[in-house]
Design a protein around this ligand. Structure first.
Ligand SMILES: Cc1cc2nc3c(=O)[nH]c(=O)nc-3n(C[C@H](O)[C@H](O)[C@H](O)COP(=O)(O)O)c2cc1C
Length: 214
């Protein structure tokens, strides 16, 4: 294996000054996301979602961001999955975006709410039919399955059950989660590890902005 202690990169692609920050972190986030979407990075809307169970045991996985508006940041998943159980017991999470082409990172922390059924259904039906079927196949997401063959047989059985042209219903156990931001952190890599970091903390309707030590 490579000697990881020899691998390092200096970050020099940008800087983040207080006067560059939008007072509204959502606007700041949307601007950075748009810039990330314009880079070569695959799926810059893929985000790490960190949860913890009732005992505080953490777990993290990648999901796709599907919306960011005044209500919160939205992702979709299976409510019975590991993350679903964590969020049922402990409805708070942190999202982490890493945009290496821009040498930027964003963290968003907050309580988590389920997206309403109507909105979840609308998004479910926008997805490709195979993804809709896969959501049904993966009903017990994160549970063990004996083999690939069993998985594919389940998929084939569902394809046969829902005739072509027939709408695939959204499973009850599938839908959105909204992280309602209580804090954001914007990180811009800088030379000599003297990175720029700004935290936004919500206090009522106001956001307080603080520069953090790198
Ligand atoms: C790029 C990428 C995107 C993913 N998007 C989603 C997603 O939007 N929703 C989802 O439930 N899982 C998604 N996954 C799979 C999750 O990372 C994870 O394996 C799965 O949700 C089970 O997680 P859990 O056992 O912690 O609940 C994605 C994985 C990758 C690598």
């Amino acid at each position: 294996m490579s000697d990881l202690t020899e691998l390092r990169q200096s970050y020099a692609r940008g800087e983040l000054r207080r006067q560059d920050l939008n007072p509204d972190p959502l606007v700041q986030f949307q601007g950075w996301l748009e810039e990330a979407l314009a880079t070569e990075q695959a799926e810059p809307y893929a985000v790490s979602l960190a949860t913890a169970d009732a005992l505080g045991r953490p777990s993290v996985r990648t999901v796709l961001l599907r919306g960011a508006d005044a209500r919160g940041l939205t992702v979709y998943s299976n409510y019975h999955s590991h993350k679903g159980r964590d969020l049922a017991d402990n409805p708070q999470a942190e999202l982490l975006f890493y945009w290496p082409h821009l040498e930027r990172q964003v963290r968003v922390y907050g309580p988590v709410e389920r997206v309403g059924e109507v909105e979840s259904s609308a998004y479910f039906h926008k997805r490709p039919r195979d993804s809709q079927l896969a959501a049904h196949v993966s009903a017990p997401q994160s549970a063990p399955i004996a083999s690939r063959a069993e998985l594919e047989a389940k998929f084939a059985a569902l394809e046969a059950r829902f005739a072509a042209g027939q709408q695939v219903p959204k499973p009850d156990f599938w839908g959105g989660y909204q992280v309602v931001p209580q804090s954001y952190e914007f990180w811009q890599g800088r030379p000599n590890r003297l990175h720029d970091r700004f935290e936004y903390l919500r206090g009522g309707e106001e956001w307080r902005i603080t520069r953090l030590m790198p």
